[in-house]
Design a protein around this ligand. Sequence first.
Ligand code: CTP
Ligand code: MG
Length: 240
Amino acid sequence: YTMNGAVTFEHVTFQYPDTAAAVLHDISFETKPGTTVAIMGATGAGKTSLVGLIPRLYEQNAGVIKIDGTDISTLNTEYLRDSIGYVPQEIILFTGTIRENIAWGKEDATLDEIIEAAKLAQIHDTIIQFPLGYDTILGQKGVNLSGGQKQRLTIARALVRKPCILLLDDSTSALDVRTEASLLQALRNISCTTFLITQKISSTLHADLILLLEDGSLLAQGSHEELIADCALYQRIYES
Ligand code: CTP
Ligand code: MG
């Protein structure tokens, strides 16, 4: 079966094995399939840790995480990681062609699949402007991409695997508002549940659900309108 991508956290608490204190405390929320979830919070608030629990990069100490109603601890991790695209905070590109960089980890991807992923990631138009297109070499002897282009290339790399859930860890920080909105709309169109870690209010405006973390706790959750009405910290972020 394929996932619909409804993610539920029920009273999740998490602590890294080598640390004294929990970094996530009693986190509960529920997403609907194909929606956009924005995760906000100051540095160290626990954003990266929270999304890392979804593909089981770490195991929570308490509470339950479910996808489509199934406890993820009962799911095969290979299947789980195949269905979840993860774009880490640190971008890794290697010397090689754009095509190879997008297909990294899925070397059997066809050019059509690579182009489709690049279109969804809003980077296809940039790629075809290079004389060698998808065969353009990146790195010291080739083309150097801008920060936002690198981010979109790594998003394309995750999308070539056709994930049902996509985790974007600060992966749109260098994108302009319009490009980011186009990306989020494209992900909605393919019904990919998207977790977007962000510091930008422009990214949260169109999110179906915003999770605001503070020191590992979920300070507030809801839509932009709900948080503007109810949450003093969110109001302050919005006005700053
Ligand atoms: N932490 C840890 N061991 C790790 C990773 C993180 O103990 N291997 C701790 C950090 O020191 C921090 C907390 O876990 O106190 C939350 O870290 P993280 O989830 O990475 O925070 P983010 O909200 O992602 O911070 P940033 O915006 O800086 O990426
Ligand atoms: Mg982080």
